[in-house]
Structure formats: structure tokens, C-alpha cells
Ligand binder design. Sequence first.
Ligand code: NAP
Length: 313
Amino acid sequence: MEQIYDVIVLGAGPAGLTAGLYAGRSRLNTLIIEKGQDGGQIAITNEIENYPGQQVEGESGPSLIARMTQQAEKFGAHRVSDVIKEVSLEGDVKKLTGNKGEYLAKAVIVATGAFPRPIGCENEGKYVGKGISFCATCDAAFFEDFEVYVVGGGDAAVEEAMYLTKFARKVTIIHRRDELRAAKSIQEKAFANPKLSFMWDTVVTKVGGDELLSWMVVKNTKTGEETLIEADDEDGMFGLFGFIGLLPSSKLFEGVLDMENGYLKTDENMHTNIPGVFAAGDIRQKSLRQVVTAAADGAIAAMQAEHYISNLT
Ligand code: NAP
């Protein structure tokens, strides 16, 4: 007979790993399924300075997530790497079907998170990995002494742009409005950074180059004027990083779980519309997407799953 886990946690970011930790610690037979690397958004975040108790100078997302993974494993959560293609969530036994097989559980915690929104310019797909990136932590070193442009005006864009100034010769933030959305404390640091400049009221409309990204067209959102930006002759290329928010990883649950703008709707105890199915972290419809709120969601979801399972006959 196929094994039936108590809980399957889908996704190993801060929400999923915290759910795994709490479920494992409650002696639930727990499986965490992740399709790629652990960490979700924080795996591609350079610096975490607002997670309570985190005071390690320069703590990076990957180092924090490595400790979360170890902690979930310490409490007995099993792990598998697989891409889930299909879900059947009604009834007392939930079934998740992946490339490697089927997984059964009494309860499921969806913690699939969100992924970076594409910049939205012409030819973007051709230059991802050839000049365009969505991860400063991963790719900053490739742009040592080059010029780099960052699209966006939120916390992520401004923080990652500052990180990129440690590598690039010059970093320019391209923002569609004339003021940043980022927290004031982050803005203050950015405006004081001599390697950082700003292109206001501007969007990128088209990118190009031979093999690597070497030109782009930007458009002024107020005047409509278009400008061609080309790489310095000696460089032959430049970097373009996109940090314009996130899109939910919820396609698998379309028509199955209630959503708003692609984010899963839950009550305050992380219950979705299907009994025994919970959602936690960035995938939820919520007001604040941070590591601390993801971790809190994961803890609540695991404890609610425990109550749900203990009430099953
Ligand atoms: P965000 O806060 O949603 O900001 C997205 C930025 O991209 C905004 O400035 C927005 O412009 C711009 N934008 C959106 N769509 C665009 C488009 N199609 N073209 C051009 N620009 C576009 O996203 P985020 O910065 O990725 O942050 C996501 C979440 O993570 C937020 O909750 C944030 O607070 C959190 N976060 C927190 C920290 C931290 O606390 N240290 C660090 C990183 C992220 P407008 O301003 O004009 O709307």
C-alpha cells in the first residue's frame, strides 16, 4: 500500500520550512516537496536585516534558509525534490502527482510562494541569463566593473541596486514614477550612495544585442519620448535587473482553490476553501509579504493541520 503522510508541505521557502519544522515537531509524518532550491524569494535575496533576532552582519538569504532547512530536517520532516503537475485535494486522502510519482497525505500545506514579475519589454526572454537577471545575489559578480540598470522602485529594487553597487561601475535605477515606493529608511541609504543614480518616469520597452544584451530603448512615461541606451564600446554589454514585484505560483490550483488575483484566499488560520488544505506565505492573499509573516503563516498552518488530522475519524 502506498504511504499516506500526515502532512505534505508544498514548497520549501520560509513558510514551507517553518510548517515542516512545526509539523515534524508535533510528531506528524511530514513530507516537504520542493521543485528547485530551498528558500523561494529569500534564496535570491542578498541581505536579510529585518527578521527578528537576525543580527548576523551581512546575513544573506541563502545562509538563513540553510539553517531553516537543517532545523526542519532535525525534527524529522522528510524531503523530496519533484515538480507537482496535478492535485486532487477533496476527500480525506489528498493526492499530489509529480514527475517522479504520486504522494498521498491527510493534509496539505501549500507554500509555493511567488516568482519575479517579468520586466515586460520586447525581446526580454532572449536575454534572460545574457544580461537580464532577476537575482542580484546570483549574478552580481558577472557585472564586476560593468554598467548595470535596475528596474523597479520598491524595497527589493532599491536594496538589490545598493548591493549591485559593490560590483558594478555604476548602477541606475529605472522607475516608472518620480518617487520610490521603498521604505524611507532604504531610500535614505540609496540617495546617499554615490554609485547609484536614478532615471525617473521611465520604462524599458525593448532590449537587444548580438549574443549579449548591449542596447535597450527606454520611454519617458510623461512625455512619451524614447531614448536608445547602448553599452559602452569597451564593455560591449550591460546588466539589466528586474525587481518589479512578484507573481503568485498558483497555476496548479486554478479552479480548485479560491483565489484573488492569483493569490490563495484563506481565513486567519490558513484554511483554504477545502478542508485539510492550508496555505502559507507569499502565495496567500495578505497585506505583508516578509520572511517573518511567511514563517508565522507556516507555524499556524502546521498547527491547524495537526488539529484537523486529530479530528479525522
Ligand atoms: P513591490 O513592493 O510590489 O514594488 C514593485 C515596484 O515595481 C514598484 O515600485 C512598482 O512601481 C514597480 N512596478 C510594478 N510593475 C511594474 C511594471 N510593469 N513596470 C515597471 N515597474 C513596475 O515589490 P518588491 O519590491 O519586489 O517587494 C515585494 C514584497 O517584498 C513587498 O512586500 C516588499 O515590502 C517585500 N520586500 C521587503 C524587503 C525588506 O523589507 N527589506 C526587501 C525586499 C522585498 P510603482 O511604485 O509605480 O507601483
